[in-house]
Design a binder for this molecule. Structure first.
Ligand SMILES: Nc1ncnc2c1ncn2[C@@H]1O[C@H](COP(=O)(O)OP(=O)(O)O)[C@@H](O)[C@H]1O
Ligand SMILES: Cc1cn([C@H]2C[C@H](O)[C@@H](COP(=O)(O)O)O2)c(=O)[nH]c1=O
Length: 220
């Protein structure tokens, strides 16, 4: 039987953040299997197929031309994820990392025209000012870019075959500035850091060690 605290669930959103192929989906699958939390994976399948088009592949082929297209759609689909109602959910990334990490990376690396960046930023500012998008906890899977490069090659997603180590290094740096140094963009929630360079077995152990701190955010 459920305890009183399990019955009195308040709305709670935990976002799992980290570099590409850092192990976010694997982490979500683990908590999905071993807790009452609802798990929301990133809508990558939508980014790979919107009415027969693949904006993710187009962005990697020609970021200057297609970055705005992908990031507009990422922003919409992430907002949609945030709006889904469930008492306690663990989400893969957030509308915040889409903007603070991926849009910033495109712009700072000179691959997004200033006008595209301005329009996306206006959209983001309007959405986050006018719509309540609460996040209760950010769990940051902290990896080295080299680990992600290895895992990316192992996962072998067709669109991502062109990603060099330098790209993962830039994403890593932006994550570190945002979540560790806390010097770049506003933090929507407190941050729990989980070192994530270890093998799967050790990672499951890491998740178990962090379980109480993670579930404390949800009163589960
Ligand atoms: N701790 C780990 N050690 C080795 N490989 C891992 C580990 N965690 C995940 N992987 C593998 O690395 C790849 C990327 O993991 P995934 O969970 O999909 O990352 P993300 O969702 O962050 O992109 C997958 O092939 C997955 O099986
Ligand atoms: C949020 C976001 C993601 N992407 C890209 C980066 C990766 O190629 C995929 C997501 O896969 P992951 O294994 O879950 O990291 O989408 C992007 O280009 N822009 C974004 O805002």
């Amino acid at each position: 039987p459920k305890s009183q605290s399990q019955l009195n669930l308040i709305n709670c959103t935990i976002c799992i953040e980290g570099n590409i192929a850092s192990g976010k989906t694997t982490c979500l699958e683990y908590f999905g299997k071993t807790s009452n939390i609802e798990v929301l994976t990133e809508p990558v399948s939508k980014w790979r197929n919107v009415r027969g088009h693949n904006p993710l592949a187009l962005m990697y082929q020609d970021p200057e031309r297609w970055g705005i297209t992908l990031q507009t759609y990422v922003q919409l689909t992430m907002l949609d994820r945030h709006m889904l109602s469930s008492p306690v959910r663990m989400m893969e990334r957030s509308i915040f990392s889409a903007k603070y990490i991926f849009v910033e990376n495109l712009f700072k690396s000179g691959k997004m025209p200033e006008v595209d960046y301005a329009v996306l930023s206006e959209w983001f500012d309007w959405l986050t000012t006018n719509i309540s998008i609460p996040v209760d906890l950010i769990v940051y899977l902290q990896t080295s870019p080299q680990t992600c490069h290895e895992r990316l090659k192992q996962r072998c997603r067709e669109e991502e075959k062109v990603i060099p180590l330098e790209y993962l290094e830039s994403i890593h740096q932006l994550y570190e500035d945002w979540l560790i140094k806390q010097s770049s963009s506003p933090l929507p929630a407190p941050v729990l850091v989980i070192p994530a360079d270890y093998d799967l077995q050790k990672m499951l152990h890491q998740y178990e060690e962090s379980r109480d701190k993670i579930l404390a955010a949800s009163n589960l």
